[in-house]
Ligand binder design. Structure first.
Ligand code: GLY
Length: 311
C-alpha cells in the first residue's frame, strides 16, 4: 500500500513521477522529492521555485520544509535565494540533530558549502510581473499564491511531508509564511498520518493547522474529518476574534493510506494517487460542514493549465 497526495493541480506531473517511484517499492522521501522538484523546476507555476514571483524588493526568496514521520526529523529553509531546489536543501538539513532550520544567508551558505545547484530563479517574465505590479496594492497581489505541499506514504509504512513556495507575491523582504514552519505548513507522523497546508500563511500558522490535522487523525478521525475539523475550527475561531480568515486549505493522508482535503475557498484542487488509483486532479467542495471531492473535469484541468501558460 502506498499513497501520494499534493496541493493544487500543478502537482499532477510531479505526482506521476512520485507514483512511479512508490509503485516500484521506492522510498517515500524520494517520491516526495520527485514531486516537489518537478513543480519547483516548472516556470509556469509562479508561486513555487523557478519563475516564482518576487518580493517587494524584486528578490525571489524561497521557503521549503520537510519532515520524515518515522524518524521524526525535519529540515527547513526560509528566504533562501539563488538555489534551484529549496526543498532539497530542507531535506538534507533533516540529517542533523541541530541547526535544521536555516534562513536567508545562513541557508545559502550551507547550500553553497554542500554543493546544491545554484541558479537564478527569476525568469524574465517573473521580473516583468514584479515591475508591472509595483503600482498594484499589495492586498490584491497577495491573493492566489499557491504552495506545493505534498505527502508520500511508502510500502514500508513511512510517511513524509514537504512544502516549497515563493510565498506571497510582493511580500515584505524576509517575510516567512507557514510553509517552512513545522506543524503549520507540514507535519508527518507515521503513527498517525501527515498533513500539508496552503493559503494565507499568517492565518494558517495561528491554528498550527498541519499539526492539528495529524493530531485529530491520531485521535481517530479519518483524514477527511480531520481536514474539515481543522479548517472549520480555525476559520470559526478567527471570525469569533473579529477577523476575516484568509485562504485556508489542507490535504492529509492517514497512516493507512486514505486521503482527505478541505478548504474555505470555492475552488481548491489537489492531486492524489495510490495503489488503486492513477494520479488524478480532484476538486474539493463543501456540503454543509463537510467537504467532498470529485475528479476534476478534463475541461477544468485544461483551463487551469492554460491560465498558467502550460501546454
Ligand atoms: N502559504 C504560503 C505563504 O503564506 O507563504
Amino acid at each position: 500500500m502506498w499513497t501520494i497526495a499534493a496541493t493544487w493541480c500543478m502537482a499532477l506531473e510531479g505526482a506521476r513521477k512520485g507514483a512511479e517511484i512508490l509503485k516500484e517499492g521506492g522510498n517515500g522521501a524520494d517520491a516526495l522529492e520527485a514531486l516537489i522538484t518537478d513543480v519547483e523546476n516548472d516556470p509556469c507555476f509562479t508561486s513555487v521555485g523557478y519563475g516564482g514571483l518576487p518580493d517587494a524588493e524584486g528578490h525571489l526568496r524561497l521557503d521549503a520544509g520537510y519532515m520524515d514521520g518515522t524518524k521524526m526529523v525535519t529540515g527547513s529553509v526560509m528566504a533562501a535565494e539563488g538555489f534551484a531546489s529549496p526543498f532539497r536543501i530542507a531535506r538534507s538539513l533533516s540529517a542533523y540533530k541541530t541547526n535544521t532550520v536555516l534562513c536567508a544567508e545562513g541557508a545559502e551558505k550551507y547550500a553553497r558549502e554542500h554543493g546544491f545547484e545554484e541558479k537564478e530563479m527569476r525568469t524574465e517574465s517573473s521580473q516583468q510581473r514584479w515591475k508591472d505590479s509595483l503600482e498594484q496594492d499589495t492586498q490584491s497581489a497577495y491573493r492566489g499564491h499557491d504552495t506545493v505541499g505534498a505527502i508520500a506514504l511508502d510500502e514500508e509504512g513511512n510517511i513524509y511531508a514537504g512544502t516549497s513556495t515563493s510565498g506571497l507575491f510582493l511580500k515584505r523582504p524576509f517575510r516567512v509564511g507557514d510553509s517552512p514552519l513545522i506543524g503549520s505548513g507540514f507535519y508527518a507522523d507515521s503513527e498517525a498520518g501527515a498533513a500539508v497546508a496552503t493559503g494565507l500563511g499568517e492565518d494558517l500558522m495561528k491554528g498550527c493547522i498541519s499539526y492539528e490535522t495529524v493530531r485529530l487523525m491520531k485521535e481517530g478521525l479519518s483524514p477527511q474529518e480531520a481536514c474539515d475539523r481543522a479548517v472549520s475550527e480555525l476559520a470559526v475561531r478567527l471570525i469569533r476574534a473579529g477577523s476575516e480568515p484568509g485562504d485556508l486549505s489542507v490535504v492529509a493522508v492517514s497512516k493507512d493510506g486514505h486521503t482527505g482535503a478541505s478548504s474555505n475557498i470555492s475552488e481548491f484542487s489537489f492531486v492524489f494517487a495510490d495503489c488503486d488509483h492513477e494520479p488524478e486532479v480532484y476538486l474539493v467542495r463543501k456540503e454543509g460542514h463537510c467537504s467532498i471531492y470529485e475528479k476534476a473535469p478534463e475541461e477544468w484541468i485544461r483551463d487551469y493549465m492554460m491560465r498558467h501558460n502550460k501546454r
